[in-house]
Design a protein. Sequence first.
Length: 103
Amino acid sequence: MGFLVPVTMMLVLGGSLGLVLGFAAQAFHVEVDERLAKVTGMLPGLNCGSCGFTGCAGLAQALVEGKVAKVGACRPCKPDIRAQIADYLNENAPEGAAKVTAD
């Protein structure tokens, strides 16, 4: 019988913290641009750094944000894939965004 109080307290504490975490997850939710995952998946994934970024994810983020206008910064990427990435970004660009080129 002596274990009933600590077990009940732990259940109440766990439930309370679960509610707090659930509220925090809803309150601080950040929308992620789906274009970022798509472009990262289209890049070769070598993370070689030849583009001047820390890896393919860094280049993808710069392309999506419009900081880089040439997919050709990724040297290992094949020309047809570069064209696909540029077409995808241009088709799904926000209004007034600069065009992305393959080379």
